[in-house]
Design a protein around this ligand. Structure first.
Ligand code: IMP
Length: 459
């Protein structure tokens, strides 16, 4: 920011605009990234940051995500609509790197409309990217049939067709949002893809799809979404050039990244900061701050390695107290202790400038709390989680024990008001990772939030 400021002081308007100072005001972009396996509480953090932002941008994933907001006691679960939707004046962008089930998106918008939360399309409240790929009914059918076929070896996907939809993006045969606005083009696109899908679905012994019926359904839903469909990348780039504050809303978590996560037990998109520029249509140098959202313990849905998982009553009590059931599928989440070595890896992948620690209240009442600080693999110490599955199978967590607390933390509004042992827990996380904790969430409500440091601050 100092560099940017000196540009502005030199009076170089062009340079100033290029570097993000408009009218002497420094704009910022901030990414909100899940630091674990998803379900860290990103929605609440985005909702909080949206107070200042003009844009909230989803850049990857689809309705495998479930972001929960609690405002004035009312719960809203969003799957595709960005989490800034309840904040006045925010443009919410479903970016080109997402995959969109158009019926799910429409259902979400209708739900919001019924609650009076949607403004007229001309208000700019929502932009649906023209280039985003559609999750079609055959993707959902394929996802479910493949998982069933894998039996015990299944990934444990959300069954929303996400993987098959991303496959089609890479294979250059996706139906994209803009195709829903042009019957002829949609028909041509379906010709390229449907026979193959139906052959595969028949082989998997599940329902197949009829072209004309799909065209009718896709055109109908496209017509409903049309008022919001636009060039998402251009809108975001223009927003940045105009000096607006932007939040990039991550979905899932770092350990579910298709390249760097616990492959093959991952999702099919890039969940780390690396995916932002390509998914949103911006460039990497336009990212100023990165908030890593860390749940005060660890959860994971679906199969795959989870070294600090608790199979005993501790795990059960975390699940019940934290209401750890999937907001998309309702599946019980696997629960375990916080894993610092996993978070160190997530930090290396994302470059966190601050952390948002969520669900601290769930740990209240535990006599002691364990955290994992490394692993032993074949007698060798690893400070950073190895994600290769053969190493993970043999990784034994090294844990340390910290004292718990009994005092209610939900009423605390400053860091100092927290119990000493809770402060020690937070300080330990900060010092182990070398990243400041900027926000602490002590309950689901919007107001149950301790602001400790500025999340918009750059490193
Ligand atoms: P998919 O994204 O539906 O293909 O699922 C792949 C893996 O990612 C499974 O283990 C899912 O449980 C997990 N997953 C996908 N989205 C989320 C999420 O938003 N939160 C937590 N886990 C997720």
């Amino acid at each position: 920011h100092l560099g940017r400021l000196s540009d502005a002081l030199l009076g170089n308007a062009l340079a100033a605009q290029r570097t993000g100072i408009v009218g002497g005001v420094i704009m910022s972009t901030v990414a909100v990234i899940g630091a674990q396996w998803g379900d860290e509480g990103k929605g609440k953090v985005v909702d909080y940051l949206a107070e200042r932002a003009r844009f909230v941008v989803r850049y990857q994933g689809g309705n495998n995500a479930g972001h929960t907001l609690v405002v004035n006691g009312e719960k809203t679960i969003l799957h595709l609509v960005p989490s800034g939707i309840l904040v006045d004046g925010v443009t919410n962008v479903v970016g080109d790197g997402t995959v969109i089930d158009p019926w799910v998106l429409l259902g979400e918008l209708e739900g919001l409309e019924a609650r009076g939360a949607m403004r007229a399309p001309e208000s700019g409240q929502l932009v649906i990217g023209r280039r985003a790929a559609i999750v079609a009914p055959y993707h959902v059918a394929l996802d479910k049939a493949r998982e069933q076929r894998l039996g015990k070896g299944k990934i444990g996907t959300t069954g929303r067709g996400i993987g098959p939809a991303y496959e089609d993006v890479a294979a250059r045969r996706a139906i994209r949002v803009a195709d829903l606005l042009d019957r002829e083009r949609l028909s041509t696109r379906l010709d390229r893809v449907l026979d193959e899908k139906n052959a595969l679905l028949s082989w998997l012994q599940v329902e197949t799809f009829e072209k004309e019926d799909l065209i009718e359904r896709l055109m109908a839903v496209g017509a409903r979404l049309a008022p919001w469909i636009d060039d998402a990348g251009k809108r975001v780039r223009q927003g940045i050039a105009d000096g607006h504050d932007v939040v990039f809303e991550g979905a899932q978590g770092a350990m579910l990244d298709v390249l760097h996560g616990t492959y093959p037990y991952v999702t099919s998109s890039q969940t780390t900061t690396g995916g932002i520029a390509s998914g949103a249509g911006t460039h990497p140098r336009q990212l100023d701050a990165v908030v890593g959202v860390v749940k005060a313990y660890t959860t994971r849905v679906g199969a795959g390695p989870f070294p600090t998982e608790l199979h005993d009553h501790f795990g059960q009590s975390l699940r019940e107290k934290g209401q750890e059931f999937g907001s998309t599928t309702g599946r019980p989440r696997r629960c375990g202790w916080l894993d610092i070595s996993q978070l160190r890896y997530a930090h290396q992948l994302n470059g966190f400038t601050s952390l948002a620690l969520t669900k601290l209240d769930v740990l209240t009442g535990l006599e002691s709390i364990q955290i994992c600080v490394g692993y032993l693999v074949d007698g060798e110490r690893w400070d950073i989680m190895p994600t290769d599955s053969d190493l993970m199978d043999r990784a034994e967590p090294i844990t340390i024990e910290l004292a718990g607390w009994d005092e209610d933390v939900r009423e605390a509004s400053t860091f100092d008001e927290l119990p000493e042992n809770a402060k020690a827990y937070i300080n330990r996380i900060q010092s182990e990772l070398g990243v400041p904790v900027g926000l602490i969430s002590v309950g689901p409500g919007r107001h149950e939030t301790i602001r400790h440091q500025d999340l918009w601050a750059t490193a």
